[in-house]
Design a protein around this ligand. Sequence first.
Ligand code: ADP
Ligand code: MG
Length: 257
Amino acid sequence: MEPVVELNDIAHVYVTDREASLAVEGIQLKVEPGEFLSLVGPSGCGKTTILSVIAGLLQPSKGVASVNGRPVTGPSPEVGYMLQQDYLFPWRTIMDNALIGLELTERLYADTRGNVQNLLKEMGLGDSGALYPSQLSGGMRQRVALVRTLATDPGLLLLDEPFSALDYQTKLQLEDLIGETLKKRGKTAILVTHDLSEAIAMSDRVVLLNRNPGRVHRFFDVPENIQQAQPFYARKEPGFNELFHEIWGEMQSIGKE
Ligand code: ADP
Ligand code: MG
């Protein structure tokens, strides 16, 4: 099967009026259909830059990014992006926030609206459609952001630290909910997180990046038993601690380079 994402020798230089800095270099990556991949690495190693390239928000200085076999030329409805901040519009109801992608892509019909209502229900927000974002907790708002992202049915989801503003308990609950929702729908996902245990618990594969410039340091395959378990229980699976310590050790060595 053709990979959903293929990055071929991607490099990016950010140019400001004062300097040019090489953010990432030689990035080589394939993500298979249905795979859940995490990107981890020190702050500033280029994780967000890589997601922006895949999302078509940033044209890389070098190399080619492809999604579903076609070179990325700009944002596409095939790719959904979810960020740490939920960016819900405060003046719109939850339902109207969730519908915005369908509105913008002119696909708002009775059946797509019905899908969104079902998604809200699935996320435990069935009764919240008429409320406004200010009336919701942080965890609920992130669930609305997920519904909004899934509403247009993208095959690929890019998740940039979507849990990092949440308290620990909410974060664990959302990891399970999002992991299950994406797996059930056969979505392909790339998660950026600074939480190594989250990366291992949610993923099929973890990519460790190093910095200055950001490069792929190493790929780690997550053992099958950990992949199959829900993120909360994955942390108790045999092999979890060993993998955590292995990646942790590598991260420490990067820090000293
Ligand atoms: P991460 O998400 O891993 O923390 P980023 O992709 O945000 O890293 O950033 C990678 C590097 O590129 C950092 O050194 C950062 O300072 C730099 N950078 C990111 N965005 C810009 C920008 N818009 N202009 C200039 N430099 C940037
Ligand atoms: Mg970032």
